[in-house]
Design a protein around this ligand. Structure first.
Ligand code: HEM
Length: 501
């Protein structure tokens, strides 16, 4: 049995203090919760976009989007939200997502009055404590135009053509590696190859931090301490090294001045536009080639190969078309040239359909509604300063633009349906609607600068691999796994390959 205990006065005052402290803490937590809830409720009540439907949590906080983006499934979630609430949905306290292709001409017009949002700032990098913006992340349309001018010609079709010899070297290297590792004498018969691993890099940071852009200032662009996670530091370091090696002539083993590359072009831009282009700008041009050009192009190549293989009718027809064009033997000797393959209509249809079916960039392109506001085609008025997202994945499944079977991979939609009696006029009209909706490479003044370069690579790699190898999916019934972090990463593209006889 315990003895009765009487408290000393010190013990009593200590107890009282602990009680008061815990009461204070409770009160503070309760007040914090109350103020936060009141803030969310009032913000929603006075929000000019409060009448739009969307997930409840998204009305109050961007954490809803952040959560789904970090899970890599935002494109699917958004597709469901649009299905439930219609073409204009609220996906954050101040952001609508819009699936109305008829708006693209207004929003993405070259005038640039629909400015990019701060989402894009996260693709900038920190050099010597200073933020280095680039042509992709620059929000001001005038500065953007000034930065783009010195390099735009190198990305035009004639500007990209001389790059083909560099692409050929890389494609040959890919084929050599695949053949020596998986098709040589030592390779086990029927060995499985993760083809996806051979065609991809990746970058997640930009995707999730872009949903709450101020996080980038705290985590990465913080001048006091770098909190992380890893962002563009390693790529910045590589870009700086490339420039230094070039200037000091230390990269002779892979650089031939007779066959200029993009770094040569950027150094030339520095000479031609000294008032705009300094060394930091050269580094930023180089970086954006690596950041915006690598994952996206690889993702497109993978989608074209995967969905064609998964639809045997498509793969068979592609090979027949290559045979018909007399390219099968040539493809076995060397990478096929762009000139040889660009005219193959069915290959073009595959290239277009694969990026439509799974856009390489599948989070929403964001713009601010200009100060005067805008009238939606649905009749409502949206106030200036509201953010609007346009998601290529969702729009590419728009049935008005792409047909009732937009959920199906069918390259033939890009060809005239002569058997079905489609007239030339009818086809042109259908094609125009599909082109007007297409945001897979963006549109207007901020359209993808590297589109020609990317497409040249996609055509060449897909045609060369199809001409040179027998490729077979190991799991014909299953579906690969897509993780969307702005750029789409795929898992489970396992094949068996052997040289074509
Ligand atoms: C299949 C491959 C590619 C896809 C799907 C793609 C997609 C896109 C999209 C959708 C945009 C517009 C973003 C927006 O407006 O919000 C864009 C912009 C951009 N892309 Fe690409 N891209 C690809 C390849 C490349 C390559 C190879 C490069 C460079 C070598 C590149 C460089 C750029 C640049 C610099 C911008 C910003 C343009 C500007 O704001 O003026 N892209 N890209």
């Amino acid at each position: 049995m315990s003895l009765p205990h009487s408290f000393t006065s010190t013990e009593l005052s200590h107890l009282r203090l602990t009680y008061l402290n815990s009461q204070n803490l409770l009160l503070s937590v309760a007040s914090f919760v109350l103020i936060t809830v009141a803030y969310f409720v009032i913000s929603d009540l006075i929000s000019p976009i409060r009448n739009y439907g969307g997930p409840t949590l998204a009305k109050y906080t961007n954490l809803w989007r952040l959560y789904h983006v970090t899970r890599g499934s935002f494109h699917k979630v958004l597709e469901d939200v649009h299905r439930k609430y219609g073409p204009v949905v609220r996906v954050g306290p101040n952001i609508l997502d819009v699936d109305l292709p008829e708006m693209h001409k207004t929003v993405f017009r070259t005038k640039g009055d629909w400015r990019k949002t701060e989402l894009y700032l996260a693709s900038s990098s920190l050099v010597n404590g200073k933020i280095m913006y680039n042509v992709f992340s620059q929000l001001d349309p005038d500065i953007h135009a000034k930065w783009k001018k010195p390099i735009a010609k190198y990305y035009s079709m004639p500007g990209v053509a001389p790059m083909e010899s560099h692409m050929d070297r890389t494609i040959s290297l890919l084929c050599d590696q695949l053949e020596s590792r998986f098709m040589g004498k030592e390779a086990a018969a029927g060995q499985q190859i993760d083809l996806g691993e051979w065609i991809l890099f990746s970058m997640d940071y930009f995707a999730w931090v872009g949903t709450i852009p101020w996080l980038d200032r705290v985590l990465d662009k913080n001048p006091l301490v770098h909190i992380g996670p890893p962002s563009y530091g390693p790529i910045t370091a590589r870009a700086i090294k490339f420039v230094m090696d070039r200037v000091q002539g230390l990269d002779k083993e892979f650089h031939d001045s007779a066959s200029p590359d993009y770094l040569d072009h950027f150094l030339e831009a520095k000479e031609n536009y000294p008032e705009t282009v300094d060394d930091v700008m050269v580094i930023s041009y180089l970086m954006i080639n690596m950041i915006a050009g690598a994952d996206t192009t690889a993702s497109h190549i993978r989608a074209a190969l995967y969905y064609s293989l998964k639809t045997p009718r498509v793969w068979k027809r592609l090979r027949q078309e290559l045979d018909k064009a007399g390219l099968t033997d040539k493809g076995r000797e060397r990478p096929l040239s762009f000139k040889e393959v660009r005219g193959i209509a069915y290959l073009e249809a595959i290239v277009r359909e694969s990026i439509r079916f799974f856009p390489a960039l599948a989070l929403s392109l964001e713009r601010y509604v200009p100060p005067g506001g805008c009238q939606l085609p649905t009749g409502e008025f949206v106030a200036g300063g509201t953010k609007m997202g346009f998601n290529p994945y969702v729009i590419c499944r728009n049935k008005d633009a792409y047909g009732e079977d937009s959920d199906v991979f069918r390259p033939e939609r890009w060809l005239r349906d002569t058997e079905g009696g489609e007239t030339e006029e009818g086809f042109k009209e259908r094609l125009r609607a599909m082109n007007d909706a297409d945001l897979t490479f963006g549109a207007g003044s901020r359209r993808c600068l590297g589109q020609h370069m990317a497409l040249m690579q996609v055509y060449k790699v897909v045609a060369t691999l199809a001409a040179r190898y027998e490729i077979e999916l190991v799991d014909k019934e299953g579906e690969w796994k897509a993780a969307n972090s702005w750029f789409v990463r795929f898992e489970g593209f396992i094949v068996r390959m052997r040289k074509r006889e």
